[in-house]
Design a protein around this ligand. Structure first.
Ligand SMILES: Cc1cc2nc3c(=O)[nH]c(=O)nc-3n(C[C@H](O)[C@H](O)[C@H](O)COP(=O)(O)OP(=O)(O)OC[C@H]3O[C@@H](n4cnc5c(N)ncnc54)[C@H](O)[C@@H]3O)c2cc1C
Ligand code: SF4
Length: 317
């Protein structure tokens, strides 16, 4: 049962900029932290691995902002949550629907103080592919990587998907090679192709996501800085939103207008997925980048001519 569907934007523009969508996660987790609770979510560690961590303050929680489009390592998260609940702490867990379902099963009926925020989930690529991508970027640049952002809203806007890789000498690379490999679906986990959670039967008390489609139904809200979609799925979720709502602009919307593919059914497994993995194992990542990430696609003779013509037209104008 869905209690409510909202487009949501945090009142603090700095929080919207720092978040992947409209800052719904910060608004929800602030409520939990302000009542002395703890928050679990996904961060990138020093080696750029996506891992779940525990936060009992806002600085630690802030590290969870931003989507990491790769499978997160849960480590001992479930046991830590169990211990926190046993100690009487209120807990917010944020993660994919399958992680949330697993946690709820693990905690069983001892989850009175457990709130879950699941994301609408496209699927998660293998961490090995993310690691190879970073290694490839590092070897091209011959510099150590100091930061990685999977979807850089700052430079390209919320509607676009470009990753940003920063290097020790202060330079940056803006690329959509990893994004293209991700959206090709070849590196997704096998379970993602038969995911039972791509539906309106949600696992979280609240579901947080990108409010794709808002430009059609309420274009006045969309300035391309990011808007969250929030589905309230339980009484607990409603209570949490009631407390978080003061910090957000909330616009009720009709679910029919925001039914993105990941709420309907899993993506089909690409027919050449085996070929991808065989090539991944036996060829360089440069090959994978060209074939599956469209690396260099904007440097074909046709594209170079097209760009030159565009440039000349702009000069003439
Ligand atoms: C792998 C992945 C696929 C997604 N697919 C879609 C989609 O198809 N459609 C859609 O509308 N939205 C999708 N999202 C959700 C969207 O990108 C935002 O994460 C979400 O809207 C929260 O934004 P925010 O501004 O509220 O939160 P932010 O403050 O940016 O917080 C990000 C939240 O995502 C969690 N998170 C980040 N990376 C991971 C990860 N690897 N595993 C588990 N949890 C993670 C963090 O714990 C945190 O709660 C996806 C996110 C991920 C990580
Ligand atoms: S698509 Fe489904 S199985 Fe894959 S990570 Fe997301 S929730 Fe889990």
């Amino acid at each position: 049962m869905i209690y409510g569907v909202y487009a949501a934007i945090h009142n603090d523009r700095n929080i919207v900029s720092a978040s992947q969508s409209g800052g719904a996660f910060t608004a929800l987790s602030d409520v939990i932290l302000d009542m002395g609770g703890v928050v679990y979510g996904c961060v990138l560690d020093r080696t750029f691995r996506a891992v779940h961590m525990r936060a009992d303050n806002k600085a630690q929680r802030d590290l969870m902002r931003g989507s990491k489009y790769v499978q997160s390592d849960l480590g001992s998260t479930f046991s830590q949550i169990k211990a926190d609940l046993a100690a009487g702490r209120t807990v917010l867990f944020s993660g994919t629907p399958c992680q949330t379902a697993g946690l709820k099963k693990f905690i069983g009926d001892k989850g009175e103080r457990l709130y879950c925020a699941d994301i609408i989930c496209h699927g998660v690529p293998s961490p090995a592919v993310w690691k190879s991508y970073l290694k490839w970027q590092q070897s091209r640049k011959r510099r150590r990587i100091t930061d990685a952002v999977f979807r850089n809203k700052e430079g390209h806007g919320w509607h676009s998907h470009f990753e940003r890789i920063s290097f020790e000498d202060g330079t940056e690379v803006s690329s959509n090679v990893y994004a293209n490999v991700f959206y090709g679906h070849h590196p997704l986990r096998p379970s993602c192709f038969s995911c039972p959670f791509k539906s309106l039967e949600r696992q979280g008390d609240i579901t947080i996501a990108d409010c794709w489609g808002i430009d059609k139904i309420a274009p006045e809200l969309d300035d391309n800085t990011g808007i969250s979609l929030m589905l309230v799925n339980s009484q607990n979720g409603q209570e949490l939103l009631d407390k978080a709502g003061d910090n957000m602009v909330l616009q009720p919307i009709d679910i029919e207008n925001v039914m993105q593919p990941c709420l309907k059914e899993p993506f089909p497994e690409p027919e050449d997925r085996d070929v991808f993995w065989q090539e991944y194992r036996t060829k360089s990542f440069g090959y994978i980048a060209r074939k599956y990430g469209r690396y260099g696609a904007d440097r074909t003779p046709k594209m170079l001519v097209k760009r030159a013509v565009g440039k000349i037209r702009r000069i003439i104008r």
